[in-house]
Write a protein that binds this ligand. Structure first.
Ligand SMILES: [Zn+2]
Ligand SMILES: [Zn+2]
Length: 623
């Protein structure tokens, strides 16, 4: 046990009883400490090297003794986009901001999502004064159903739409009745007290979902601002601009430290306004001769309102397909965030006689803009949708951009739709999607209004946060005052306005959710899945004349666990060609050499083509 850590905990975060080291993932079998070493194979290059975790077994005396520093511990959102959650400590009070999930990284086979590790908070639940939610995206609210029970249900604070979405999520797990929801109806004027030492004020921000807010926490050491996810939009979909006045006013009062969104920090300029996007989409809808099928994110309520208006103007009825689209639209209508004439919008379900309407009176609004496997649009593209068959004359609009990792799936859906005769319009053709996050000029504006002494770029991978740091330096924030943190780092803010990163660290693991299992998927299971996935087999069977060794036709290819069937045709055909070429280059009948050469050539091709390394087994049958 480390004395320094012991006294550190004793003094600040205040641990009352012995706490075992979190063990959400099973211990490693191979050497090395750390919990996330399941990425031993080629995918390693996609994954950050894990910082040496300096957290140790935590134990401290039974009494709480606190110093006069505020401490902030980001539990997620620092090394990834997703899993956003931070905890702030001062004396006996703890306040949490956001509680999100992260979609799995590419080497987390079969994992649905990842949630923050809150083990170190579990013995301090009586000190948690509440969780403030900045907005309703899943990377900010998606872990609530798992985390609230662990933290003994602290109250949730948020704007009406944010809490509405949180409730919807908790409803699915039967937890809503256990939670106290405290609505922030008027962010511009409301102030909430959190325990003895913290109070929070809010400012409206623009984002890709309505009702987003930034937070100004008034603490005994100074004001700490958390921007939430934001951009500035002078002509937003819902007409509600970021609260420039309040942001400037907070800046005038003095901001010691700001945590700010880094997602788009690499993009120069300003983020395009929703108005531009809405106008472009409206034009496409009005000019389309046949049906319009539009896929977008179900949380883009503001944009959906404009789509609904445009469809209405061109005399189209709107049919919703996809579960999240139906539930989000219903909730937004109920809470007054979306307005439409009665009967204009309806879910597309059995009994709806959509095909009796003329094509130019139909608009289908659906999910699947990311090429998600079971989504409405993917089913339409595969001609597997029970009610909609894509056809000549249809216009399909992707009002989205593919998130990293989804590009291939989106391309596949696009190709399939084109094959069925539809016209496909994406953000590459025309601005029909814009990000919800601040570009460099937006960041400069935020920081110029807030004028924080210290800045912690959050919500982004390291390269995004680096870019954020560079931008902030350009407008005069001192380099030494911009701190990049990892998940679990402890930021200490002393009353003399000295902010520094502690040498100690809270251990935070990846808590993986697979189906109903929480944290039961660990390293060994992931390793097994990884090995299985990588040992997929490609067998190449040549038929050749016994005498000459000359090939008879193209080889047969049999594979297992190697490619998605829907994508496999092209790859299989190309593999055949590569194999035949390699075969031809070997002097006849030296089958050992054939095996070597064909394996080498095919492995190289497959690696370059789809970045996989299956086992390759060439085999020749002589006739
Ligand atoms: Zn967001
Ligand atoms: Zn976010």
């Amino acid at each position: 046990m480390n004395d320094k850590l012991d006294s550190w905990l004793n003094k600040n975060i205040g641990n009352e009883k012995k706490v075992q080291q979190p063990s959400s993932l099973p211990p490693q079998t191979h050497k090395g400490q750390g919990q996330q070493k399941f990425h031993k194979t080629k995918n390693t290059r996609f994954r950050k090297p894990q910082a040496q975790n300096q957290a140790r077994n935590i134990s401290s005396p039974q009494t709480e003794v606190f110093d006069d520093k505020v401490r902030v511990v980001p539990l997620g959102g620092q090394e990834e986009v997703g899993r956003n959650m931070s905890a702030l400590f001062y004396k006996e009070d703890i306040v949490i901001i956001d509680c999100g999930l992260q979609f799995p990284e590419m080497d987390m086979f079969g994992v649905d999502y990842v949630i923050p590790d809150v083990k170190f908070l579990e013995d301090k639940t009586h000190r948690i004064r509440g969780i403030i939610l900045t907005h309703g995206h899943l990377d900010h609210i998606g872990a609530l159903q798992h985390i609230l029970p662990k933290l003994k249900f602290p109250p949730l604070f948020g704007t009406p739409l944010t809490l509405g979405l949180a409730k919807k999520r908790l409803d699915e797990y039967g937890l809503t009745s256990k939670v106290k929801f405290i609505e922030i109806k008027n962010p511009a004027t409301e102030k909430i007290q959190l325990g003895k030492h913290f109070s929070a004020e809010f400012f409206r921000v623009n984002h890709s979902i309505p009702d987003g807010v930034g937070i100004c926490l008034n603490t005994p050491v100074g004001n700490i601002v958390h921007t939430g996810d934001f951009k500035f939009d002078f002509t937003p979909s819902d007409g509600l601009k970021s609260d420039f006045g309040k942001i400037a006013e907070i800046g005038k009062r003095g901001v010691l430290l700001a945590f700010a969104d880094s997602t788009n920090a690499e993009k120069p300029g300003y983020t395009i306004s929703e108005k531009v996007v809405n106008e472009n989409i409206a034009k496409i809808i009005s000019e389309a001769k046949g049906r319009v099928i539009l896929a977008t994110f179900a949380s883009l309520i503001g944009r959906i309102q404009h789509i609904v208006n445009a469809a209405n103007r061109s005399g189209r009825k709107i049919f919703l397909s996809g579960r999240s689209m139906i539930t989000n639209v219903e909730m937004a209508e109920k809470l007054g965030y979306l307005k439409a004439p009665q009967g204009l919008i309806r879910p597309l379900k059995k009994g709806v006689r959509i095909n009796e309407l003329p094509a130019n009176k139909i608009m289908i609004l659906c999910t699947g803009s990311q090429g998600e496997e079971l989504s409405a649009l993917t089913r339409i593209a595969l001609d597997e949708h029970s009610m909609i068959k894509a056809k000549d004359g249809d216009t399909v609009i992707f009002s989205s951009t593919p998130i990293i990792g989804n590009e291939r799936a989106v391309v596949a859906v696009t190709n399939n739709l084109l094959r069925l005769g539809a016209k496909v319009i994406t953000n590459k053709n025309l601005d029909i999607h814009t990000s919800g996050h601040a570009s460099q000029e937006d960041l400069k504006l935020m920081h110029s209004l807030l004028r924080p002494k210290y800045l912690v770029p959050i919500h982004g991978e390291l390269h995004m946060r680096h870019a954020h740091r560079e931008t902030a330096q350009k407008i005069g924030i001192e380099e030494n005052n911009i701190l990049l943190l990892d998940n679990g780092d402890i930021l200490e803010i002393a009353p003399n306005e000295i902010v520094r990163k502690s040498k100690s660290k809270v251990r935070v693991n990846n808590i993986l959710i697979d189906g109903l299992g929480v944290g039961d998927i660990g390293t060994s299971v992931l390793r097994e899945r990884q090995i299985m996935s990588e040992n997929g087999i490609v067998t190449i069977i040549f038929k050749a004349y016994k005498q000459s060794g000359k090939l008879i036709g193209a080889p047969d290819i049999i594979s297992r666990g190697f490619v998605y069937m829907k994508e496999s045709n092209a790859i299989v055909e190309e593999t055949k060609k590569v194999a035949m070429k390699a075969y031809a280059e070997v002097s006849k009948k030296d089958y050992k050499e054939v095996r070597k050469e064909v394996s080498r050539a095919v492995a190289k091709f497959i690696r370059q083509r789809i970045d996989r390394e299956p086992l390759i087994l060439p085999y020749t049958i002589e006739v």
